[in-house]
Ligand binder design. Sequence first.
Ligand code: SDX
Length: 382
Amino acid sequence: MADDLKKGLEGVLVAESDLSSIDGDEGRLIYRGYEIEDLARGASYEEVLYLLWHGRLPGEDELAEFADAMATEREVDDDVLATMERLAEADERPMAALRTAVSMFSAYEPEDEADPDDLEATLRKGRRITAKIPTALAAFERYRLGEEPVDPDPDLGLAANFLYMLTGEQPDDVAAETFDQALILHADHGLNASTFTSMVIGSTMADIYSAVTGGVAALSGPLHGGANQDVMEVLMEIDESGKDPLEWVEEATDEGRRIPGFGHRVYNVKDPRAKILQERSKELADNGDDKWYEITTTIEDYLTEEKGLVEKGIAPNVDFYSGSVYYQLGIPIDMYTPIFAMSRAGGWIAHVLEYQEDNRLIRPRARYTGSEDEEFVPLGER
Ligand code: SDX
């Protein structure tokens, strides 16, 4: 019998979805039929959330109503703020703090939304979760700085408001637009590990808070969402080494070090999101410190041209340039992955809702390779 065991579920189709499609050979990503480039350059994150959750782009009035509804739900309960403060004092990792915050949101949901079969109620909960994550995250970061949280500004979009709550200052247009674009690029990406985790949890008809909490947990791993932080830490390691970036990357790869931000289970060519983030990183570099962009491109050129990785199908992924973009926006390095989660929560919720429309409990099998027919010996005789 052909070996039908697919380690890591590589290449295994487990569902049908209208949400997003990746062409790993062409380096193409679409959300509900729209090219990611068009959405990143022409839409807002709120428009993309509406597209993912409702199946079409909103008209002006629909977008205003949707964005206003989310803006009015940004406040988080005082208990959540108090917990973020305690976790900040305990020097907890931001992704763990985020996981805690999301799991607490369920305590404050309206009574009449408890039915997990009510998909409309689940969508309202998902919208609230997505609205509240930026507030909880920004509060955690302010507490880490020994500052009080900044109340959300309902007149700002989700992206601009997060930067405002993080710094206490209204972001300039370039920063707000760049961050909004980054949120669009990270919103959905097929059945990546964290999305599939959320779907497994949703397939048991568990609540949406549990599904999003599971997504946060899966995304925190360095092989998945945690790579963007690793990329920035490599850039800083290079900068602090005093070595020429080329010399550093030659030594690192000769030692067999795997460079984060390169390689992908699906893309065999450069991730289209990396191309857009590279453009933004260069724009920021041209108007500021170009060190990080230059180091990043030096690494990419070496791995591509000297090591021939791209010929082997190992190319820059979404995390490779997000590090230098976020760093130039002044975002703390260990907040990069929580920001990924802030955006991807929209995709997790979309996939859970879509799968639950025709739900089937996700329960794969394993081929048993253990021993058989062991004779039980009572404890006293072992
Ligand atoms: C994300 O799935 C998604 O869509 C994820 C994501 C999303 O939007 O949700 O796109 C976000 O997670 C992006 C990926 C972020 N992770 C990293 O950048 C970490 C570094 N990359 C890898 O560890 C790796 O590429 C994975 C984990 C991302 C994918 O791994 P696979 O598909 O399991 O491939 P693999 O680890 O088996 O590697 C295949 C080959 C190996 O060569 P051989 O050992 O077979 O000779 O590629 C090589 C690897 O050594 N390789 C690398 C490399 N990554 C893989 N070689 C050098 N540098 C690297 N970074």
